[in-house]
Design a protein around this ligand. Sequence first.
Ligand code: NAP
Length: 521
Amino acid sequence: MLPEYQNEPFGDFSSSERRAMMQRALRTVAGQFGTTYPLIIGGERILTEDKIASLNPSEPKTVVGYASKASAEHAVKAIEAATAAFATWRKVPVEARARVLLRASALMRRHKEELGAWLVYEVSKSWGEADADVAEAIDFIEYYARQALKLQGTEQPLYPWAGENNTLKYIPLGVGVAIPPWNFALAITTGLVVAPIVAGNTMVLKPASATPIIAAKLVEILEEAGLPPGVLNYVPGSGGEIGDLLVDHPQTRFVNFTGSKEVGLRIHERASVRQPGQIWIKRTVLEMGGKDGIIVDETANLEAAADAIVGSAFSFQGQKCSACSRAIIVADVYDTMVTRIVERTKAVKLGNPTQPDTFMGAVIDRAAFDKISSYIAIGQEEGRLVAGGEVVDHELLEDGGYFINPTVFADIAPDARLAQEEIFGPVLAIIKARDFDHAMEIANNTEYGLTGAIFSRDIARIERAYDEFHVGNLYINRKCTGALVGVQPFGGFNMSGTDSKAGGPDYVALFTQAKLISEKL
Ligand code: NAP
């Protein structure tokens, strides 16, 4: 009997013991820099000539590790290995599959600081953000293991019919392709693979090219926990080079993707085309981008609202799909709120996250640095710069890190590019609304629908937000980031995805199909 699900507690870095553990982990991990990681296909480790160098965004001259790079042939081989493994894995009782997962979460707990240290180096997460990423990975494993047991381990309730024995069971789909983003490099990658696996599917994992090393660590952990060869195949490679092939392959039964709108839509389109030899309709579970807004009205607790806006906008450099990129403030409190947001933004500590007090590290890579810089230039045209905005050529910095100051533009129009397009960096647009009605209209006026928040003490308005604010995750009087597995199931509407909820009660079922068996007695 499993104990009841509980979220993994966050690390307390105010304790000197915990800080020392993290320092040790950072040193241990730094000692492993430059290691080469092989592809893993059907349990076979394959080193390739061609490699992906994973760089530390805070010090891009440092190679965190080299991942072998899969070719088209490797991608096909991985699908074939997953197809072969499916024949046996689907028959393994769900209790045994869940046991593999639970051993993996125990291993993650044991190596928590070390996994966090990999994230500090590979994606430039602060200690707190890295710790939360690892905790979320553990939560996904614990939560999905229980969910699969519930879905597949018990009889489903059906109405009786005289003279017949009727049974409904949830069986796996087949071979899935997992395509994660780099931003929750451990948590999302874990969630995308373990939910289908515990449901009896086999997977091909193509990690994001910026974060193949933490993904290799996940695969090693699942292997150590007893996952048989071929159930999870690890094929780092460029999305542009092998992504289409994995999605198109006729043996691919489903694609579990999290990333940008553009790539998600491409996958959706390609997966809908029947390939020669394909005998099913592919399923796609797509979690995509956001343009998340926080509304503040004149009745709100303005201090709490300013804390939430700045925290949601700049934690992990604004590189969360749930990040607040629009602060929608009613006219009565607009100037006060701009002042408070600016004060807090100026206090944000930017730097190398190997230091415990760093709040914001570097953005992921040169391409992100350039894209965000171009939006800062657009902001100069579209609004009034009130904080940050200095674009430093990273090559002029001693360590060359991709650091961007937290940046705030006020007086942005609701239809401006800064108010509509996902920037995915530390840039906040403040938009003035005439009143609450106008604020609600602005909040819903994007093609996305991921997260949103409202700060108000007016009960009637809060009730209206329950109904009218069209986002998958709506928060009242709190920040719009930091959803907890099992507590705040996560996923958005419209162009933010296929309306699924990661960490929610229906998630594992997405990777199953229901089979009804009716036996005449
Ligand atoms: P991305 O550029 O869309 O990449 C995501 C993944 O897709 C990567 O593994 C990428 O591989 C791969 N890919 C690229 N082209 C492909 C193709 N043609 N076929 C198949 N796969 C392909 O997104 P990202 O920059 O990694 O992540 C940021 C985005 O993710 C943001 O839009 C953010 O809002 C979104 N996100 C959403 C959620 C959510 O829950 N809704 C959570 C986190 C992030 P390469 O790395 O090799 O290009």
